[in-house]
Structures are given as structure tokens and as C-alpha cells.
Design a protein around this ligand. Structure first.
Ligand SMILES: [Zn+2]
Length: 163
């Protein structure tokens, strides 16, 4: 699934941008032959350290600073109320009340804000389930667009700097 691919790519980039860190000794660990280990205590149970951000086990904590460091804004999904109003209107068209024509999405939003929000949240949940959007730290992203952003960053990370 594309969502899993995107997570794998974020992990790869987080690994490239962080360093192994021994919390017990509170020092950066050494990497020898691709194997990270703290040479002071011998532990390989290591955190990742993002200089200036912090250290944590696993990679998930660092998705936020990673996306902030990349051109991820173009992959942001606008899932605002205005967005949902337009989707409702494109699905149900317009409605005429007393000779005045309204967008159905607008009428629903005004008349029954709870139903409006429930419909919106259900739809976002289905987008997440289908792997079309992914949420990283309160921000939703279109998975396919985010993958483009990550591919570019990976290409850059894997291109040796010109001498
Ligand atoms: Zn150590």
C-alpha cells in the first residue's frame, strides 16, 4: 500500500537525518560497518538524535521535523469546512427554498452543523482508511503528493555531492 511506502520513505529519511544516541551515557553512539553501538557501555539499544530537536526511540517522533525540513507544504491536504461544503454541494447540487437557490453544502453547514461535521469526519476517516491521506502531527497530507516530496528528498540524499 502506498501509505506504507510513504512511511518507509519517511523512516529512511529520518535515519539519514538523525544519529544513533545512547541515552544511558547521554552521548552519540558510534557506527561501525553500518552497525550502531555505544562504545562506552556497549549498548545497541539506541535512540535517534535529531540535533536541535531532541532524541527518541523509533522514528515516528521525527516525521514532524522531517516534513518541516522538506517542501511538504505542497502535499498538505486542505480538509477545511469550506472544502467539505464544496464536496457536499458537488454531490447533492443546489437546493431551492422559497424561490432562492442555495448550495446544499452551505445549507447543511448552517442548518445542521453536527451532521455536517460528522459527514466530514467520516469522509476523512475513509480517506485515511483507503490510504489516500495520512496525518502527521495534526496536519493531513495527500499520500501520493507526499511520496513525490519524499522521492525528491531521497534522490537528493543519495546523490553524492559534486567534488
Ligand atoms: Zn552507552
Amino acid at each position: 500500500m502506498q501509505r506504507d511506502t510513504v512511511i518507509a520513505k519517511m523512516d529512511e529519511l529520518v535515519y539519514a537525518k538523525t544519529k544513533p544516541f545512547c541515552y544511558t551515557c547521554y552521548r552519540e553512539a558510534e557506527v561501525i560497518d553500518d552497525y550502531a553501538r555505544c562504545l562506552k557501555c556497549g549498548s545497541d539499544d539506541l535512540m535517534r538524535l535529531w540535533p536541535g530537536y531532541g532524541c527518541e526511540y523509533g522514528t515516528e517522533t521525527f516525521y514532524r521535523p522531517l516534513l518541516d525540513a522538506l517542501d511538504s507544504q505542497r502535499a498538505e491536504a486542505d480538509l477545511s469546512d469550506d472544502w467539505w461544503e464544496e464536496i457536499e454541494t458537488s454531490a447533492y447540487g443546489q437546493i431551492t427554498i422559497a424561490g432562492i437557490t442555495w448550495d446544499t453544502g452551505h445549507v447543511l453547514r448552517e442548518l445542521d452543523p453536527i451532521a455536517f461535521q460528522c459527514g466530514k469526519l467520516d469522509y476523512i476517516a475513509s480517506l485515511e482508511e483507503d490510504g489516500e491521506v495520512i496525518e502527521v502531527g495534526d496536519q493531513h497530507y495527500w499520500v501520493s503528493q507526499l511520496e513525490d516530496v519524499l522521492d525528491e528528498a531521497l534522490e537528493e540524499a543519495n546523490t553524492p555531492a559534486e567534488a
